[in-house]
Write a protein of this length. Sequence first.
Length: 327
Amino acid sequence: MFLVTGGAGFIGSNIAAALADRGDQVAVCDWLGQDDKWRNIAKHEIYDIVLPEQIADWLTRHTGKLAGIVHMGAVSATTERDVDLIVRSNLQLSIKLWEWCASNACPLIYASSAATYGDGAAGFADEFEAAALARLKPLNPYGWSKHVFDRRVLRAIANGEPAPPKWAGLKFFNVYGPNEYHKGAMRSAIAVNYANIVAGIPMRLFRSYRSDYPDGGQMRDFVYVADCAAIALWMLDNSFPSSVYNVGSGKARTWLDLTKAMFKAAGIPEQIEFIDMPQGLSDRYQYFTEARLEKLREAGFEAPMTPLETGVESYIKGYLAKEDRWA
């Protein structure tokens, strides 16, 4: 049996679905609320649904029964400013799960984030050593909370403290794909803008304020959520060096590339407008992110990552364009 925290959320539900669809017994820890978030797991066989406040008792009752925990649960909004909430949800729960997995010899795969890299000035190498982590400067409380836990794990390992038999922190870059609809403003640009472009509203992209990047030429590492799930399952199934790992496509692409792929997949003529950035954003805007995947490849994960155009077409034609959008 596997437990997926945040298992009704975006990445978590795709991981839970992949586990269930191959025949594994899957328990989901999450709040479902009063919207359509439940649909993220509605198509798949789920063994149990655990409220986060019940997780300690649930783990006690299932000691010795778990083959692994995939910890995706977190307050993931980069705009969230309630730092006490972020600490409770992102840091304290992660510490408790780490300690439980260490005490019960249970593998742990947890969500770190590319937000730990901050503005990218220190690069995007998933090095796991004190000096490398000390150079990173996250720009928001969400990224900081993930960074704090990564550093805590490193210190625990360096001090010889108990650890899960195998573990990984996954530094997700710009993930897109089905089941992100409950995330509001934190959805991918594809989910946010698809209905608008179909309705004839132009896609609006930020102007560039740097001479080395044209308007719309700012670059991101866009990664399809199915690839994220595939990496998590591979780690549950295989041996690899426990560490933090980048999870991205490994190839930065422009916002214009993404936009053109959207219009092509939707089968409609391109309409693109460039707009000014909101006040205060231009001086802290990221112009480039790209996951370095050498470490993941050296660990043994060999499957190719989904090209941007292929992923966007799959997402739009397979989900967004349909009445039933859920995976």
